[in-house]
Design a protein around this ligand. Structure first.
Ligand SMILES: *[C@@H]1O[C@H](CO)[C@@H](O)[C@H](O)[C@H]1NC(C)=O
Ligand SMILES: *[C@@H]1O[C@H](CO)[C@@H](O)[C@H](O)[C@H]1NC(C)=O
Length: 500
């Protein structure tokens, strides 16, 4: 009996960090990579809130090293110099105001927490808030950290370490970044204070950057010292932060993601890798009839799923060939599949355009980030891609919100790259990644009626700007998706946005 109670207690604790605490009816978060806090607050109010987005992952909030020597690369934000909330995205007051304004319109904020390391050793040593570092002394006076707060003796992770030596992956330096010793009570306290400060400001959770490079036992201590979410921001009392840990594990390494799932959720890199392969034409969509743990994916509740993230869209991290905004037709197909499929918690990427994989966000000559502009057709300008504003993507967020927890049923395929399936009696989606047109009468599972396809257009008054689908009393409808159409997806669902 005692053992049973202990087991139940352990289970409750693990589940505690796996709930994103979205506002009711919301399901999907977007990573607004390198956006400024004031711009995010405006985007919550004018777009993300009204469109039913559940949350936003923001770029690291802690003061980082300024690296003019590399023209202010995006990765300077992964080199903290203190835990003061001051970066190119804004200061603490702007951050707090953003969290408040986004929570007010039902959009949660998740912080990319860089707690594995501090900076590397560089020629420059000043941060975005003016803090300094003395690398030779391992001294970061604004925390403060000193020599005893870092792993010793100094070593740097090599490529072969990943396959033999879990201790080196966790105790040595990642790319020469000074590696914090999370076994130290003092270090834990600094990290916990930093994260609890963010919780007090109303954030809903954290991405744990480089989680694989920290010991699960140390992370557990840190997570369990975090405060409950702030009820003054609309969270239920007793709510634990949502935590998703960056663990790249495509198999065969000394460190398994299974060491981290007992603690909290984990980033699912296999998800985007396999879907990118298929939508790129290197696997058949028909095989995805049993997409999920049968493919080696994490359990649904453990998985933070995405097609691309800020690392692998530019060839860093895992999965060199993931789809990105640069192949829009295939990318929108893969995203639509992710949002239509019930497995896991989806995360969308929202990028700035790049050719140089090191380049930071659009900036002026002083290094200040330039805000996205919003064009009259609702797309973004000033160098920002804003995938989340692509109709085919935000319409599928609404689709996912609508179908909720309904089951995937009535899988159909043509033995190749044409597939379709239902989500309960709420939604229907079809894909054509073949060289031939799809023209079939298919079971949609929807109530008889007339629906607007939310991919080729939208409902406008009593008509559709794109395709109109007529579902008969038997639930069947003629579905046409030409091989050369602009998009390879068709989606209809119940609710006023789609049903005539
Ligand atoms: C898939 O369906 C299309 C027609 O809908 C057909 O032309 C094509 O040959 C089919 N592929 C296979 C492998 O059956
Ligand atoms: C679909 O197939 C039907 C029956 O073969 C045909 O009458 C119709 O023209 C086709 N539609 C398209 C858009 O190809």
């Amino acid at each position: 009996m005692f053992r049973l109670i202990l087991c139940l207690a352990a289970l409750t604790v693990a589940l505690a960090y796996k709930n994103p605490h979205y506002a009711a009816g919301r399901t999907t978060m977007v990573h607004l990579f390198e956006w400024k806090w004031d711009d995010i607050a405006a985007e919550c109010e004018r777009f993300l809130g009204p469109r039913g987005f559940g949350g936003i992952q923001v770029s690291p909030v802690s003061e980082n090293l300024v690296l003019w020597d590399f023209q202010r690369p995006w990765w300077e934000r992964y080199q903290p110099i203190s835990y003061r909330l001051i970066t190119r995205s804004g200061n603490e007051q702007q951050f707090a105001s953003m969290v408040r304004r986004c929570n007010n319109v039902g959009v949660r904020i998740y912080v990319d927490a860089v707690i594995n390391h501090m900076t590397g050793t560089w020629r420059e040593n000043t941060g975005t808030g003016g803090s300094t570092a003395n690398y030779g002394q391992w001294h970061y006076p604004s925390v403060p950290y000193g020599r005893d707060d870092f792993n010793y003796p100094e070593c740097v992770i090599s490529g072969s370490d990943y396959f033999c030596c879990a201790d080196r992956v966790r105790n040595c330096q990642l790319n020469g970044l000074k590696d914090l010793y999370q076994g130290s009570e003092y270090v834990r306290t600094q990290i916990v204070n930093f994260m609890n400060h963010l919780i007090s400001l109303g954030v809903a959770g954290f991405r744990i950057d480089a989680a694989k490079h920290m010991w699960p036992g140390d992370l557990r201590v840190i997570y369990d010292r975090l405060h409950n979410l702030n009820t003054a921001h609309g969270f239920p009392s007793g709510a634990r932060p949502y935590i998703y840990q960056e663990v790249i594990d495509l198999g065969g390494e000394a460190i398994s993601r299974n060491e981290y799932t007992p603690l909290a959720a984990v980033t699912e890199f296999k998800y985007g890798m396999e879907l990118s392969r298929a939508f790129n034409g290197n696997n058949l969509l028909r095989w995805f009839y049993n997409w999920g743990t049968a493919w080696g994916l994490l359990a649904s509740g453990d998985a933070l799923n995405f097609i691309d993230n800020h690392d692998n869209q530019r060839g860093h991290g895992a999965g060199g060939d993931v789809l990105t905004y640069k192949q829009p037709k295939q990318y929108k197909g893969a995203i639509a599949f992710m949002l239509a499929h019930p497995h896991g918690w989806p995360q969308l990427m929202s990028s700035f355009a790049f050719t140089n994989t090191e380049a930071g966000p659009p900036m002026d000559s002083n290094g200040n980030t330039i805000s996205p502009s919003i064009n009259s057709d609702s797309s973004c300008g000033n160098g920002w891609v804003c995938e989340h504003r692509w109709r085919q993507i935000f319409s599928m967020v609404a689709f996912r919100n609508r179908v909720g927890n309904t089951a995937l049923t009535n899988w159909w395929d043509n033995n190749s790259n044409q597939i379709s399936f239902c989500r309960g009696n709420q939604g229907f989606v079809a894909f054509n990644n073949d060289y031939w047109d799809l023209n079939q009468t298919l079971q949609t599972c929807l109530p008889a009626g007339s629906y607007c396809d939310v991919i080729s257009g939208w409902k406008s008054g009593n008509s559709c700007t794109g395709k109109r689908i007529t579902v008969g009393s038997d639930g069947r409808a003629n579905i046409v998706l030409g091989a050369n159409e602009y998009d390879m997806v068709l989606a209809i669902h119940t609710g006023t946005e789609s049903r005539l």
